[in-house]
Design a protein around this ligand. Structure first.
Ligand SMILES: Cc1cc2nc3c(=O)[nH]c(=O)nc-3n(C[C@H](O)[C@H](O)[C@H](O)COP(=O)(O)O)c2cc1C
Length: 193
């Protein structure tokens, strides 16, 4: 049975976006995604998978100063505080093929997957833009996982409307279309309010 939709749009001026990044190429430019979202008026909270966090480890303070929030990458212990405000929308970008397949199979072994997999069943708008090459995308599990996510109400931005997989070794992570992903979040929120 589907969980009840308990999310309602916030009526305050500053909307909160959880930007959730996996260890795919564009994660190294996640600060660009943060900047664009902030310019669009979002209060951005950044969540990284543990693998993505490893890559940002030396510059984590920079991300925390930029967002004004703790950057979370692990489930909290019961005695730890959440540290993040109530969310209005979640954007997983970039989504790695590994996280896609785990999420599609219902395996929430990272905070990143735990957040999105529960949020979508609480009525929170959840958008995911993948980034992986055509060889990774050719795994049968990828199409199955995307279908599983869409069936749950996740907006998966692959193909011409989102990110179209590149041939192996021809990815340009810096050109990841953060703006397209953010526009999609806006569109979805606009249809719900
Ligand atoms: C240098 C490097 C680049 C990678 N780029 C990608 C990528 O663009 N897309 C992807 O799906 N996986 C990529 N991977 C593999 C993922 O990092 C790997 O599957 C990892 O387990 C993903 O973990 P996460 O989904 O929890 O972040 C890359 C790995 C390395 C070492």
């Amino acid at each position: 049975m589907a969980a009840p939709a308990i999310w309602t749009p916030r009526m305050t001026t500053t909307r909160v976006l959880y930007l959730i990044a996996c260890a795919a190429g564009p994660a190294q430019f996640v600060d660009e995604g943060v900047r664009l979202a902030q310019a669009a008026g979002w209060d951005v909270c950044l969540v990284l998978t543990p693998s993505a966090a490893r890559r940002w480890e030396p510059r984590m303070t920079e991300l925390e100063q930029m967002t004004g929030h703790v950057v979370r990458s692990r489930y909290k212990m019961p005695w730890e505080s959440d540290g993040l405000p109530k969310v209005d929308a979640m954007l997983m970008a970039p989504m790695s093929s590994t996280t896609l397949n785990k999420w599609g199979a219902g395996i929430a072994d990272t905070l990143a997957i735990g957040l999105v997999s529960e949020a979508v069943h609480m009525g929170v708008p959840v958008v995911a833009m993948p980034y992986f090459n055509q060889a990774q995308g050719a795994q049968p599990a990828v199409a199955v996982s995307m279908a599983a996510l869409r069936a749950q109400g996740v907006t998966v931005l692959d193909g011409p409307e989102g990110y179209e997989s590149h041939p192996p070794e021809q990815g340009v992570p810096k050109a990841f279309p953060w703006g397209r992903a953010l526009s999609s979040v806006e569109r979805i929120l606009g249809t719900r309010t």
